[in-house]
Design a protein around this ligand. Sequence first.
Ligand SMILES: [Zn+2]
Length: 168
Amino acid sequence: MSSFLLPCVCGRQTVVTPSQAGQAVRCECGAPLEVPTLRGLRELAPATVAGGSGRVRVWGNRHRVALALVLFAVVCLAGAGYLVPRVPPPVEVYTQQQILDHFESGTPAQVMGAYLELRPELDAATWRTDQQRARKFVLSEIAVLLAASCLGLVGAIMALRSGRHRAR
Ligand SMILES: [Zn+2]
């Protein structure tokens, strides 16, 4: 059976049960206390010591779940924050048209220069693809972490809400 804490002017709290509703009890300090009716009892703070009512325990679990979810969200956010400065920079990719324009609009010397400039770029095509893939991968990891963090926070809020609802 659930029990409640009946406060006294001295600051102590006396544990009362619904079966004592409407009766008079005595505080440890000696002052007489009137136990409220059943309706009034529900306004009092529930006592967790006397075996603990189911409701109180559920509320505690909800709190723990919410705390775990908040911690999870914080860890995900920290992970995302850790990854952000580590995103590989975007790779400049020339389109075929850009390359053609470059070659067509120049003197032979400029074309030769452009060719020499571009050749290592073309050689590095594999590296470029790898870098692009790595960038995409890290960006998607950040997105997943941010999404997980949001889900964790939403879950924590929902856990607290349902806990409050049940405790009523
Ligand atoms: Zn008292």
